[in-house]
Design a protein around this ligand. Structure first.
Ligand code: 4NP
Length: 593
C-alpha cells in the first residue's frame, strides 16, 4: 500500500548519494587562493583552489566549524575540536604554501569557540568554558595570546585589525536585543555600542576605524546595513550606487563586506532566497540560495544551491555579471528524479500568524501519500530554498516533506524571529502542529500518514509533538533532542547557559513546563531517538532520563547512540549517514504497518 523505500540496501544507496555530496562554506581569498570548507573527505576540512590554475588542495583536516583568512597572509586560521565531540577546541594556523600547522591557543584551556577573526597578523576569538567566557587575541609575530575581555557567554567575534576586535552579543543582558562590542587593542577599552537601546545589531565588519553591520534600529523588523565610525561614534545608513538592493527589500543578510576599493557587497535574503548585490547592483542568481560568499578584486565566489540541487561553488564576474562553475556536485540522476516539486507556501497558525513553509514533494509518492514534517533546528535558523540533506533524503526515500519556518525562525523579520524568546515550546509548537494538519487538509497526505523528524531543536520539537499531540502523528524521529531544559541547564557551559537564559528570556520557571520529560507518559506513537554520545549542546544524560521514563511506562521506543561524536553531525558524513539510515529504517517499518 505504501510506496516508501523499504529495502535498506536501496535506502543506503540513496543516503550515500546525498550525504557524500559535499557541503561548502566560502571563507575568503588568501594570496591567490580561494579558501573554502568542505565535507568532501568525510569530515569538514579546509581546502584551497588556486584562482588562476584551478588546482585544488586540502590544507587542514577535521576543522570544527570555523575558518578565517586574510588576503595579506599565506596562513589560514581554523578551529579544531580536541575533545572527541564535546566542542572543546583550540585555534590553529596552517600555512597554505608549506602546509605547516601550528596551535596558537596553547596555554588557553580548550573551549567552545563561537567566533573567529584573522587580519593576517592577529587572530581574535570568543570562547566559553563551563565557568567563564571571554575574548582572546593572539599575535602571530610574537606568539602571544591574551584574554582581552570578559564576557557573559554567548558573544561572537566577527573581525579584527591593528586597532580593534569587534563582535556582537546580548551584552546589555536584554534577550530581545544584541549590541556591538568593540575592544580597542591599544588602550584595552571595551565599548558596548548600540544605535538604539533594545535594537538588534549583528556581525560588524571592519574597514579601518569604520564598521559595517546589520541592524533593525530604524525599522524594528527589517534588518538594514549601516556603517559606524568607531572614533566618531556616528551611524550612517549604507548607501549604494545602484538601487536593485532597495527594490529586492532584503529582510536580513547572509553575509556582507567591503570590496578592496571601499564599496559594499552583500548577500540579501528574503522568503528563503538570497542574492548577491555589489554596491547595490543585483547579480542574482534568479532562484535558490547563496549560503556563503566572498568578493576578491573583480570576482565574487559564492556557494549556491536549491532544495533540489546540491551546492556548487560559482565565480561571478562583478563587472559583467557572468557566472562560471568552479566546483559542481551533480546529484546522481536516478536520485534527482525522485525529488518532486519544491514550493513555498504560507500556512495560517492558530492566531492567524502566517507560517512561511517550504514543501519538497517526492516524485515517487502518491498524493495523498506518506509525509514527514521536518522542523528545523536552531531554533534561530530556517529551511530555505537551499540544499538540506535531511529534506532531500526524505523526499528521495518516498516521503513528501513539509518544512515549516515556525515563529522564531530566521529570514522573516526580527519581530517574527523574536516571537519564541520567552516562549520556546509554546506557540512555535502550534505552528508545527499546523503544518501537520495542513498536510492532511491540503490533500498532500491523509490522517495517519503524517510523521515528524527533527534534529536538535527539531528533535526537541519532535518529542514535544509526540508527547503533547500524540494523535496527530504516525511516528517520529528525534535526533539529539532537548529532553529536559532543567537538567540541560545544569550540564551546560557559559555559552549554552546564556543561550537558555536568552531563549527563555530569563523565565527559568518555564523549564519544566516546556520539557518533553514532563509529558513522557503521554507518548502513544512509535518513537526513534538518535543521540550523539559526546554531545555538549543537547547532552545524552537528559535523553537517557527521558528513555528511563518510557521504560517505566512500558512504552515502545528505539534508541541509537552515535559513539564518540558530538552534536554537529552535518559536519561528519558517517554520522549523518547513520542518522539517516536509522530514520529510513524506522520510517519504513512504521509505514509498512
Ligand atoms: P540546535 O539545538 O541549536 O538546534 O542545535 C539547541 C541546542 C541547545 C539549546 C537550544 C537549541 N540551548 O538552549 O541550550
Amino acid at each position: 500500500m505504501y510506496t516508501v523505500v523499504r529495502s535498506l540496501v536501496e535506502a543506503s544507496r540513496i543516503i550515500e548519494a546525498v550525504v557524500y555530496i559535499p557541503r561548502f562554506t566560502i571563507e575568503g581569498v588568501a594570496r591567490r587562493c580561494l579558501v573554502y570548507g568542505s565535507t568532501e573527505r568525510g569530515t569538514y576540512s579546509a581546502y584551497t583552489i588556486d584562482i588562476e590554475t584551478g588546482v585544488k588542495k586540502l590544507v587542514a583536516s577535521d576543522v570544527h566549524m570555523l575558518i578565517d583568512v586574510s588576503e595579506s597572509s599565506s596562513k589560514v586560521v581554523f578551529v579544531r575540536d580536541v575533545s572527541r565531540g564535546f566542542e572543546l577546541s583550540r585555534v590553529f594556523t596552517v600555512d597554505i604554501e608549506t602546509g605547516e600547522e601550528l596551535s596558537i591557543s596553547r596555554g588557553v584551556e580548550p573551549q567552545r569557540i563561537a567566533g573567529l577573526a584573522f587580519d593576517g597578523k592577529r587572530v581574535a576569538w570568543s570562547g566559553a568554558t563551563r565557568e567563564k567566557a571571554g575574548i582572546y587575541l593572539a599575535n602571530l609575530a610574537n606568539e602571544t595570546v591574551e584574554r582581552i575581555a570578559e564576557t557573559k557567554g554567548r558573544e561572537f567575534v566577527t573581525d579584527v585589525n591593528e586597532s580593534y576586535v569587534v563582535g556582537f552579543g546580548h551584552i546589555a543582558g536584554n534577550p530581545f536585543s544584541t549590541e556591538l562590542l568593540a575592544v580597542n587593542i591599544l588602550t584595552g577599552t571595551q565599548s558596548v555600542i548600540t544605535p538604539r537601546e533594545g535594537s538588534i545589531n549583528v556581525s560588524p565588519r571592519l574597514h579601518g576605524s569604520r564598521v559595517l553591520f546589520a541592524s533593525n534600529f530604524e525599522d524594528g523588523d527589517t534588518m538594514a546595513l549601516y556603517t559606524l565610525d568607531l572614533e566618531e561614534r556616528s551611524f550612517k545608513k549604507a548607501t549604494f550606487t545602484y538601487r536593485d538592493i532597495e527594490k529586492f527589500e532584503p529582510v536580513e543578510y547572509v553575509s556582507y563586506g567591503w570590496t578592496s576599493d571601499g564599496r559594499i557587497w552583500a548577500v540579501g535574503k528574503k522568503r528563503g532566497t538570497s542574492r548577491l548585490f555589489i554596491d547595490g547592483r543585483d547579480l542574482g542568481p534568479d532562484t535558490g540560495f547563496i549560503s556563503s560568499a566572498t568578493v576578491h578584486e573583480r570576482k565574487a565566489y559564492i556557494v549556491h544551491s536549491t532544495l533540489r540541487t546540491p551546492p556548487k561553488i560559482l565565480e561571478v564576474d562583478i563587472e559583467s555579471g557572468s557566472y562560471r562553475t568552479i566546483v559542481d556536485n551533480p546529484l546522481p540522476r536516478d536520485v534527482a528524479e525522485k525529488l518532486g516539486e519544491a514550493r513555498f507556501i504560507e500556512l495560517e497558525s492558530f492566531d492567524k500568524l502566517k507560517i512561511p513553509t517550504y514543501v519538497l514533494e517526492s516524485s515517487t509518492a502518491p498524493k495523498p501519500g506518506p509525509t514527514v514534517v521536518y522542523p528545523h533546528g536552531g531554533p534561530w535558523s530556517e529551511v530555505a530554498n537551499a540544499w538540506t540533506p535531511i529534506v532531500a533524503t526524505l523526499a528521495a526515500l518516498g516521503y513528501h516533506v513539509v518544512a515549516p519556518n515556525f515563529r522564531g525562525s530566521t529570514g522573516y523579520g526580527e519581530k517574527f524571529r523574536l516571537m519564541d524568546v520567552g516562549d520556546p515550546g509554546g506557540a512555535d509548537m502550534e505552528d508545527v502542529a499546523t503544518a501537520g494538519r495542513w498536510a492532511i487538509d491540503s490533500g498532500l497526505s491523509r490522517v495517519g500518514e503524517v510523521s515528524i523528524v527533527g534534529y536538535s531543536y527539531g528533535g526537541y520539537t519532535t518529542l514535544m509533538q509526540l508527547t503533547t499531540r500524540p494523535k496527530l502523528w504516525k511516528c517520529g524521529v528525534a535526533g539529539a533532542p532537548v529532553a529536559d531544559w532543567e537538567m540541560m541547564y545544569e550540564l551546560a557551559d557559559r555559552y549554552f547557559k546564556t543561550f537558555q537564559e536568552v531563549l527563555f528570556a530569563g523565565r527559568k520557571e518555564l523549564f519544566r513546563e516546556r520539557s518533553p520529560i514532563t509529558y513522557a507518559e503521554n507518548l502513544e506513537s512509535p518513537l526513534c531517538v538518535v543521540q550523539p554520545q559526546n554531545d555538549s549542546r543537547t547532552p545524552i544524560q537528559p535523553v537517557l532520563e527521558f528513555i528511563k521514563k518510557l521504560i517505566e511506562r512500558g512504552k515502545t521506543f528505539e534508541l541509537h547512540v552515535l559513539p564518540d561524536i558530538g552534536h554537529t553531525v552535518s559536519l561528519n558524513n558517517e554520522a549523518l549517514a547513520k542518522f539517516l539510515l536509522y530514520v529510513a529504517a524506522f520510517l519504513a517499518r512504521c509505514y509498512s504497518k
